[in-house]
Write a protein that binds this ligand. Structure first.
Ligand SMILES: [Zn+2]
Length: 349
Protein backbone atom coordinates (compact mmCIF):
# COMPACT_ATOMS: atom_id res chain seq x y z
CA UNK A 1 0.00 0.00 0.00
CA UNK A 2 1.74 3.11 -1.18
CA UNK A 3 0.26 6.52 -0.96
CA UNK A 4 0.32 10.16 -0.17
CA UNK A 5 -1.96 10.58 2.81
CA UNK A 6 -2.18 13.33 5.34
CA UNK A 7 -0.30 12.48 8.52
CA UNK A 8 -1.94 12.96 11.91
CA UNK A 9 -0.48 14.51 15.00
CA UNK A 10 1.64 12.26 17.22
CA UNK A 11 0.46 11.11 20.63
CA UNK A 12 2.28 12.71 23.52
CA UNK A 13 5.38 10.66 24.28
CA UNK A 14 5.03 8.51 21.17
CA UNK A 15 7.25 8.76 18.11
CA UNK A 16 5.93 11.15 15.48
CA UNK A 17 3.43 9.75 13.01
CA UNK A 18 5.44 9.23 9.82
CA UNK A 19 5.06 11.63 6.95
CA UNK A 20 4.23 10.63 3.36
CA UNK A 21 5.14 8.82 1.23
CA UNK A 22 3.87 5.68 2.92
CA UNK A 23 4.90 2.15 2.14
CA UNK A 24 2.42 -0.16 3.80
CA UNK A 25 1.13 -3.67 4.15
CA UNK A 26 -2.18 -5.24 5.03
CA UNK A 27 -1.97 -6.60 8.54
CA UNK A 28 -4.26 -8.93 10.49
CA UNK A 29 -3.77 -8.58 14.25
CA UNK A 30 -6.79 -10.83 14.80
CA UNK A 31 -4.62 -13.76 13.70
CA UNK A 32 -1.14 -12.47 14.52
CA UNK A 33 -1.52 -12.80 18.29
CA UNK A 34 1.80 -12.67 20.15
CA UNK A 35 3.76 -12.42 16.91
CA UNK A 36 2.83 -8.79 16.38
CA UNK A 37 6.01 -7.44 18.01
CA UNK A 38 8.24 -9.54 15.77
CA UNK A 39 6.16 -8.55 12.74
CA UNK A 40 6.53 -4.87 13.56
CA UNK A 41 10.31 -5.24 13.83
CA UNK A 42 10.45 -7.00 10.47
CA UNK A 43 8.21 -4.41 8.85
CA UNK A 44 10.46 -1.61 10.04
CA UNK A 45 13.53 -3.51 8.82
CA UNK A 46 12.24 -3.41 5.25
CA UNK A 47 10.99 0.19 5.38
CA UNK A 48 7.29 -0.32 5.97
CA UNK A 49 5.82 2.71 7.76
CA UNK A 50 2.07 2.07 7.51
CA UNK A 51 -0.36 -0.81 8.00
CA UNK A 52 -3.95 -1.35 6.95
CA UNK A 53 -6.05 -3.34 9.39
CA UNK A 54 -9.56 -4.51 10.20
CA UNK A 55 -11.23 -5.06 6.84
CA UNK A 56 -12.26 -8.66 7.54
CA UNK A 57 -12.45 -8.74 11.33
CA UNK A 58 -16.10 -8.04 12.15
CA UNK A 59 -16.41 -11.26 14.18
CA UNK A 60 -13.72 -9.92 16.51
CA UNK A 61 -15.10 -6.38 16.66
CA UNK A 62 -18.66 -7.54 17.33
CA UNK A 63 -18.61 -11.20 18.42
CA UNK A 64 -22.39 -11.17 18.84
CA UNK A 65 -25.09 -8.68 18.00
CA UNK A 66 -24.54 -5.53 20.07
CA UNK A 67 -21.55 -7.02 21.96
CA UNK A 68 -18.50 -5.04 20.89
CA UNK A 69 -14.83 -5.74 21.58
CA UNK A 70 -12.19 -3.31 20.33
CA UNK A 71 -9.56 -3.98 22.99
CA UNK A 72 -7.47 -6.20 20.72
CA UNK A 73 -7.57 -3.59 17.94
CA UNK A 74 -6.64 -0.76 20.32
CA UNK A 75 -3.65 -2.82 21.45
CA UNK A 76 -2.54 -3.31 17.87
CA UNK A 77 -3.01 0.37 16.96
CA UNK A 78 -1.08 1.39 20.08
CA UNK A 79 1.80 -0.93 19.23
CA UNK A 80 2.11 0.55 15.77
CA UNK A 81 1.88 4.04 17.20
CA UNK A 82 4.66 3.22 19.67
CA UNK A 83 6.76 1.97 16.76
CA UNK A 84 6.24 5.24 14.89
CA UNK A 85 4.05 3.70 12.20
CA UNK A 86 0.81 4.96 10.69
CA UNK A 87 -2.43 3.00 10.54
CA UNK A 88 -5.31 2.89 8.08
CA UNK A 89 -8.31 1.31 9.75
CA UNK A 90 -11.07 -0.34 7.76
CA UNK A 91 -14.73 -0.99 8.25
CA UNK A 92 -15.22 -4.77 8.22
CA UNK A 93 -18.33 -4.91 6.06
CA UNK A 94 -16.79 -7.09 3.33
CA UNK A 95 -17.05 -10.09 5.67
CA UNK A 96 -20.12 -10.12 7.93
CA UNK A 97 -20.05 -12.41 10.99
CA UNK A 98 -22.01 -15.64 11.12
CA UNK A 99 -24.53 -14.38 13.68
CA UNK A 100 -25.55 -11.61 11.31
CA UNK A 101 -26.24 -14.01 8.43
CA UNK A 102 -28.02 -16.41 10.76
CA UNK A 103 -30.24 -13.91 12.56
CA UNK A 104 -30.86 -11.71 9.53
CA UNK A 105 -30.80 -13.79 6.35
CA UNK A 106 -32.28 -10.86 4.44
CA UNK A 107 -28.74 -9.45 4.28
CA UNK A 108 -27.58 -12.24 1.97
CA UNK A 109 -26.88 -11.74 -1.69
CA UNK A 110 -28.61 -13.84 -4.34
CA UNK A 111 -26.65 -15.13 -7.30
CA UNK A 112 -27.90 -15.21 -10.89
CA UNK A 113 -28.58 -18.92 -10.41
CA UNK A 114 -31.13 -17.99 -7.73
CA UNK A 115 -29.02 -19.42 -4.93
CA UNK A 116 -28.82 -17.35 -1.78
CA UNK A 117 -25.27 -17.16 -0.49
CA UNK A 118 -24.53 -18.53 2.94
CA UNK A 119 -21.95 -17.56 5.54
CA UNK A 120 -18.38 -17.99 4.44
CA UNK A 121 -16.00 -16.45 1.98
CA UNK A 122 -16.52 -12.71 1.55
CA UNK A 123 -18.93 -10.28 -0.02
CA UNK A 124 -22.01 -12.42 0.64
CA UNK A 125 -24.13 -9.38 1.44
CA UNK A 126 -26.66 -7.42 -0.60
CA UNK A 127 -25.86 -3.67 -0.71
CA UNK A 128 -29.58 -2.89 -0.96
CA UNK A 129 -30.55 -4.78 2.19
CA UNK A 130 -31.84 -2.16 4.67
CA UNK A 131 -30.86 -4.53 7.48
CA UNK A 132 -27.27 -4.77 6.29
CA UNK A 133 -27.08 -1.05 5.65
CA UNK A 134 -28.15 -0.47 9.27
CA UNK A 135 -25.57 -2.87 10.71
CA UNK A 136 -22.83 -1.48 8.43
CA UNK A 137 -23.40 2.10 9.51
CA UNK A 138 -23.58 0.98 13.11
CA UNK A 139 -20.18 -0.75 13.08
CA UNK A 140 -18.71 2.30 11.31
CA UNK A 141 -20.12 4.51 14.06
CA UNK A 142 -18.62 2.33 16.75
CA UNK A 143 -15.22 2.33 15.06
CA UNK A 144 -15.38 6.10 14.71
CA UNK A 145 -16.21 6.49 18.40
CA UNK A 146 -13.41 4.16 19.46
CA UNK A 147 -10.59 5.57 17.34
CA UNK A 148 -11.53 9.22 16.83
CA UNK A 149 -8.66 10.30 19.08
CA UNK A 150 -6.01 7.89 17.77
CA UNK A 151 -3.51 10.15 16.03
CA UNK A 152 -1.69 7.23 14.42
CA UNK A 153 -4.90 6.39 12.51
CA UNK A 154 -4.35 8.61 9.50
CA UNK A 155 -7.22 7.45 7.28
CA UNK A 156 -10.17 5.08 6.93
CA UNK A 157 -10.97 2.48 4.33
CA UNK A 158 -14.58 1.48 3.68
CA UNK A 159 -15.24 -2.22 3.05
CA UNK A 160 -13.01 -3.96 0.52
CA UNK A 161 -13.25 -4.18 -3.26
CA UNK A 162 -16.92 -3.53 -4.09
CA UNK A 163 -18.05 -5.33 -7.23
CA UNK A 164 -20.57 -8.19 -6.86
CA UNK A 165 -23.99 -8.48 -8.51
CA UNK A 166 -27.17 -9.32 -6.62
CA UNK A 167 -30.48 -10.62 -7.98
CA UNK A 168 -32.54 -10.60 -4.78
CA UNK A 169 -36.13 -9.23 -4.49
CA UNK A 170 -34.86 -6.12 -2.65
CA UNK A 171 -32.54 -5.30 -5.54
CA UNK A 172 -35.39 -5.82 -8.00
CA UNK A 173 -37.57 -3.30 -6.16
CA UNK A 174 -34.65 -0.88 -5.84
CA UNK A 175 -33.86 -1.29 -9.55
CA UNK A 176 -37.41 -0.32 -10.49
CA UNK A 177 -37.16 2.79 -8.32
CA UNK A 178 -33.77 3.58 -9.88
CA UNK A 179 -35.24 3.26 -13.40
CA UNK A 180 -38.18 5.48 -12.53
CA UNK A 181 -35.81 8.09 -11.14
CA UNK A 182 -33.75 7.93 -14.30
CA UNK A 183 -36.48 7.84 -16.98
CA UNK A 184 -39.54 9.31 -15.30
CA UNK A 185 -42.05 7.33 -17.35
CA UNK A 186 -42.07 3.83 -18.79
CA UNK A 187 -42.75 5.36 -22.18
CA UNK A 188 -39.48 7.26 -21.98
CA UNK A 189 -37.63 4.06 -21.12
CA UNK A 190 -39.26 2.20 -24.01
CA UNK A 191 -38.28 4.95 -26.40
CA UNK A 192 -34.71 5.22 -25.13
CA UNK A 193 -34.14 1.48 -25.29
CA UNK A 194 -36.12 0.88 -28.50
CA UNK A 195 -37.90 -1.97 -26.76
CA UNK A 196 -40.44 -2.30 -29.58
CA UNK A 197 -37.82 -4.43 -31.28
CA UNK A 198 -38.37 -8.12 -30.41
CA UNK A 199 -41.60 -7.11 -28.62
CA UNK A 200 -39.77 -6.16 -25.43
CA UNK A 201 -41.92 -3.12 -24.69
CA UNK A 202 -42.91 -2.65 -21.02
CA UNK A 203 -46.17 -1.35 -19.56
CA UNK A 204 -44.76 -0.43 -16.15
CA UNK A 205 -41.39 -0.28 -14.38
CA UNK A 206 -42.40 -3.28 -12.28
CA UNK A 207 -42.26 -5.45 -15.40
CA UNK A 208 -38.59 -4.70 -16.09
CA UNK A 209 -36.58 -7.73 -15.01
CA UNK A 210 -33.16 -7.82 -13.47
CA UNK A 211 -31.05 -8.93 -16.43
CA UNK A 212 -30.33 -12.37 -15.07
CA UNK A 213 -28.17 -14.22 -17.64
CA UNK A 214 -29.46 -17.54 -16.29
CA UNK A 215 -33.08 -16.74 -17.10
CA UNK A 216 -33.01 -15.48 -20.65
CA UNK A 217 -32.88 -17.06 -24.06
CA UNK A 218 -29.79 -15.63 -25.68
CA UNK A 219 -28.98 -12.34 -24.08
CA UNK A 220 -30.90 -9.57 -22.37
CA UNK A 221 -31.32 -6.18 -24.02
CA UNK A 222 -27.95 -4.38 -23.93
CA UNK A 223 -29.53 -1.21 -22.53
CA UNK A 224 -31.11 -3.24 -19.72
CA UNK A 225 -27.75 -4.81 -18.93
CA UNK A 226 -26.05 -1.42 -19.00
CA UNK A 227 -28.71 0.07 -16.72
CA UNK A 228 -28.30 -2.79 -14.26
CA UNK A 229 -24.52 -2.24 -14.21
CA UNK A 230 -25.06 1.43 -13.36
CA UNK A 231 -27.68 0.51 -10.77
CA UNK A 232 -25.45 -2.00 -8.97
CA UNK A 233 -22.59 0.49 -9.08
CA UNK A 234 -24.79 3.22 -7.61
CA UNK A 235 -25.94 0.76 -4.92
CA UNK A 236 -22.36 0.19 -3.76
CA UNK A 237 -21.51 3.88 -4.01
CA UNK A 238 -24.44 4.71 -1.71
CA UNK A 239 -23.49 1.87 0.64
CA UNK A 240 -19.92 3.19 0.81
CA UNK A 241 -20.86 6.83 1.22
CA UNK A 242 -23.17 6.08 4.17
CA UNK A 243 -20.23 4.69 6.14
CA UNK A 244 -17.81 7.34 4.90
CA UNK A 245 -20.07 10.13 6.06
CA UNK A 246 -20.21 8.68 9.56
CA UNK A 247 -16.46 8.22 9.88
CA UNK A 248 -15.63 11.60 8.39
CA UNK A 249 -17.99 13.25 10.81
CA UNK A 250 -16.71 11.42 13.87
CA UNK A 251 -12.97 11.48 13.15
CA UNK A 252 -12.26 14.22 10.61
CA UNK A 253 -9.82 11.85 8.86
CA UNK A 254 -9.75 11.21 5.10
CA UNK A 255 -11.74 8.25 3.83
CA UNK A 256 -11.02 5.91 0.95
CA UNK A 257 -11.89 2.50 -0.39
CA UNK A 258 -10.02 0.18 -2.69
CA UNK A 259 -10.97 -0.33 -6.31
CA UNK A 260 -10.78 -3.87 -7.56
CA UNK A 261 -8.85 -3.76 -10.80
CA UNK A 262 -10.31 -0.93 -12.88
CA UNK A 263 -10.33 -2.92 -16.11
CA UNK A 264 -13.12 -5.16 -14.77
CA UNK A 265 -15.49 -2.18 -15.08
CA UNK A 266 -17.94 -3.48 -12.48
CA UNK A 267 -18.08 -0.21 -10.60
CA UNK A 268 -18.12 3.37 -11.82
CA UNK A 269 -14.98 4.39 -9.97
CA UNK A 270 -15.35 8.06 -10.78
CA UNK A 271 -18.64 8.07 -8.90
CA UNK A 272 -17.29 5.83 -6.15
CA UNK A 273 -14.43 8.21 -5.38
CA UNK A 274 -16.33 11.41 -6.10
CA UNK A 275 -17.07 11.99 -2.43
CA UNK A 276 -14.01 10.24 -0.93
CA UNK A 277 -10.79 12.05 -0.09
CA UNK A 278 -8.38 9.41 -1.39
CA UNK A 279 -8.49 7.30 -4.55
CA UNK A 280 -7.25 3.76 -3.99
CA UNK A 281 -6.81 0.77 -6.25
CA UNK A 282 -5.55 -2.79 -5.95
CA UNK A 283 -3.49 -4.45 -8.64
CA UNK A 284 -3.36 -8.20 -9.10
CA UNK A 285 -0.92 -8.22 -11.97
CA UNK A 286 2.10 -10.42 -11.56
CA UNK A 287 5.40 -8.96 -10.50
CA UNK A 288 6.67 -9.51 -14.04
CA UNK A 289 3.89 -7.44 -15.61
CA UNK A 290 4.97 -3.87 -14.96
CA UNK A 291 3.03 -2.44 -17.96
CA UNK A 292 -0.25 -3.59 -16.41
CA UNK A 293 0.62 -1.86 -13.15
CA UNK A 294 1.34 1.34 -15.00
CA UNK A 295 -1.87 1.04 -17.03
CA UNK A 296 -4.01 0.52 -13.92
CA UNK A 297 -2.32 3.33 -12.02
CA UNK A 298 -2.75 5.67 -14.98
CA UNK A 299 -6.44 4.71 -15.19
CA UNK A 300 -7.09 5.62 -11.58
CA UNK A 301 -4.75 8.54 -10.95
CA UNK A 302 -6.62 11.12 -13.09
CA UNK A 303 -9.62 10.76 -10.78
CA UNK A 304 -7.70 13.30 -8.79
CA UNK A 305 -7.22 13.73 -5.07
CA UNK A 306 -4.55 11.75 -3.30
CA UNK A 307 -3.70 8.40 -4.78
CA UNK A 308 -3.09 5.13 -3.01
CA UNK A 309 -1.85 2.12 -4.92
CA UNK A 310 -1.71 -1.43 -3.64
CA UNK A 311 0.12 -4.43 -4.98
CA UNK A 312 -1.74 -7.66 -4.36
CA UNK A 313 -0.46 -11.21 -4.48
CA UNK A 314 -0.65 -12.48 -8.07
CA UNK A 315 -2.97 -15.34 -7.11
CA UNK A 316 -5.82 -16.06 -4.74
CA UNK A 317 -5.11 -19.79 -4.73
CA UNK A 318 -5.08 -21.49 -1.32
CA UNK A 319 -1.89 -20.76 0.53
CA UNK A 320 -0.19 -22.32 3.55
CA UNK A 321 -1.50 -21.17 6.91
CA UNK A 322 1.44 -18.89 7.44
CA UNK A 323 0.83 -17.27 4.07
CA UNK A 324 -2.75 -16.34 4.78
CA UNK A 325 -3.94 -13.28 6.63
CA UNK A 326 -1.14 -11.05 7.68
CA UNK A 327 1.50 -13.33 6.26
CA UNK A 328 -0.05 -13.18 2.87
CA UNK A 329 0.31 -9.49 2.35
CA UNK A 330 3.27 -8.98 4.64
CA UNK A 331 5.05 -11.93 3.08
CA UNK A 332 4.41 -10.41 -0.31
CA UNK A 333 6.01 -7.15 0.75
CA UNK A 334 8.97 -9.10 2.06
CA UNK A 335 9.44 -11.22 -1.04
CA UNK A 336 8.58 -8.92 -3.90
CA UNK A 337 11.42 -6.43 -4.05
CA UNK A 338 14.19 -8.32 -5.78
CA UNK A 339 15.57 -4.92 -6.70
CA UNK A 340 15.93 -3.71 -3.12
CA UNK A 341 13.65 -2.23 -0.50
CA UNK A 342 9.88 -1.83 -1.02
CA UNK A 343 10.45 1.91 -1.16
CA UNK A 344 12.88 1.62 -4.04
CA UNK A 345 10.64 -0.90 -5.77
CA UNK A 346 7.67 1.42 -5.41
CA UNK A 347 9.66 4.35 -6.71
CA UNK A 348 10.08 2.54 -10.01
CA UNK A 349 6.36 2.86 -10.57
ZN1 LIG B 1 -29.86 -7.69 -3.44
Amino acid sequence: MIGLLAAGQPLRGAPPVPQPPYVGVSYYPEVAGEEIDRDIRQMKDIGVNMVRMGEFSWCRMEPDEGAFDFKWLHQAVDKFAAAGMAVVLCTPTAAPPVWLSEKHPDILRVKASGQTLEHGGRRQYCPNSPTYQKFAVNIAERLGDEFAKSSSVIAWQIDNEFWDDCFCPRCEVAFHAWLKQRFGTIEALNQAWLTVLWSQQYQSFDQVPLPNPERVQGSHHPSLRAAYRHFMSDSYVAFCNAQAEVLRGKTGKPVTTNAHNPVYQRIDYERLFEHLEIVGTDSYAGADNLPRYVFEADWMRPMGKRFCWRKQPPTTAPAPRWATGIRWSFHQARCTPKCGSPTRWAARL
